[in-house]
Design a protein around this ligand. Structure first.
Ligand SMILES: [Fe+2]
Length: 372
């Protein structure tokens, strides 16, 4: 087996070669009048012959309707401000414009498994308290002085902060500043929908009561320390705001002292300090630095990934499509599409999220490095 034909799975196992996979593909059997009549008869009994659909069900490689796409923030911003004049955050419950993948229109999905939207909270608005089965992440794009309260603790948000709302935790948002506040929302809505496990509740009050001081979770869990008897109650990180100032400093220091990964530049994942696993159970989150002039080697993985540009300008080649991006733009890379990132104007920082954490747990996540 040639090294270049090997893929790496979540368990670090070497997967089958492409040649081997090709050998295993079956042709769909030809249709005959007798077979067609049989299919028609069993159709009335809600049955279908596997051999007629097998090639569509079990594909040689991931086959998705999800397409590579990019949303320019200036377009999103203009549409959102217009939305701001049409509906209040309170009336809308959440004033969000969904980023719909062009290959999945009407499904409220940015990838097959994940949802993304951009939320606007105008000065002195409140987005009322509720909770739901779906986990949410916020990645702050613009504005300072808005807060989110999660299970009784408030955190104020700044650009580049990564904020978590775990499943079934009360959360409300407000903006005490004089400027509009925009952030990227990432949720596991399609995944929860697929599993028919959705619940939502409205809090009796517009804003939930504050029960812990600001910064409490960060002090308890964000200093490489844990309370001595911390119970493992949740799969989600107890840190619910990962401030960009600290993230950026980490990227800087790691970038100065380590070699760049040829496929990723300097890429770190957000983690749950209690378990060492990803910060959230259904969405993996990452931050990466592309040094000035860096061009990555081709890379593909089975987790379709949403990127939000934090700093810099560059372009990303996804299969035969090239997307040029700048600060605050959002783009999506479908599963198993070869990706090449290039920083063209100084160093760049990209935030990203995907369903990799789920695929890893299921033992199906796979990546391929190199151009083949
Ligand atoms: Fe919510």
């Amino acid at each position: 087996m040639q090294e270049g034909l090997r893929d790496r799975s979540a368990a670090g196992m070497v997967a089958a070669t492409t040649a081997h996979i090709l050998e295993s593909i079956m042709d769909t059997p030809a249709e005959t009048p007798e077979r067609k009549a049989f299919y028609a008869r069993i159709d009335k009994q809600n049955m279908t012959a596997l051999w007629t659909v097998m090639n569509a069900l079990i594909t040689q490689e991931p086959k998705s309707q999800c397409l590579a796409a990019l949303w320019r923030f200036e377009d999103i911003r203009a549409a959102m401000l217009e939305a701001g004049s049409l509906i209040t955050a309170k009336e809308a419950e959440r004033r969000v414009l969904i980023l719909e993948n062009p290959g999945l229109r009407g499904c409220s999905k940015i990838t097959t498994a994940l949802y993304a939207g951009v939320q606007l909270v105008l000065p002195h608005e409140v987005a009322p308290a509720h909770r739901h089965s779906q986990s949410a992440l916020r990645f702050v794009i613009e504005g300072k002085g808005a807060f989110t309260t999660v299970d009784g603790e408030r955190t104020y948000m700044s650009p580049g902060d990564f904020v978590i709302t775990p499943s079934m935790t009360w959360h409300d948002h407000g903006n005490e500043s004089e400027d509009p506040m925009f952030w990227l929302d990432g949720l596991d809505i399609p995944l929860v929908q697929f599993l028919d496990a959705s619940f939502v509740e409205r809090h009796p009050d517009e804003q939930q009561p504050i029960t812990r001081p600001i910064g409490h979770s960060g002090a308890q869990y964000g200093a490489n320390l844990l309370p001595i008897d911390h119970p493992r109650r949740s799969f989600t990180s107890p840190i619910f705001n990962y401030p960009y100032a600290r993230t950026r400093e980490a990227l800087d220091q790691v970038g100065r002292s380590s070699d760049c990964d040829p496929c990723h530049g300097v890429k770190l994942r957000y983690t749950n300090p209690v378990t060492g696993d990803h910060a959230m159970p259904t969405m993996a989150t990452f931050i990466q630095l592309l040094p000035a002039g860096f061009k990555s080697n081709p890379y593909r993985s089975t987790d379709a990934t949403v990127f939000c540009v934090t700093e810099g300008r560059g372009h990303t080649r996804i299969g035969d499509k090239s997307l040029a991006w700048g600060p605050k733009d959002i783009f999506v890379v479908p599963s198993w599409h070869p990706v090449v990132h290039e920083a063209i104007d100084g160093e760049c920082v990209l935030f990203s999220f995907s369903d990799r954490v789920v695929q890893e747990k299921l033992g199906i996540w796979r990546e391929r490095r190199g151009n083949y």
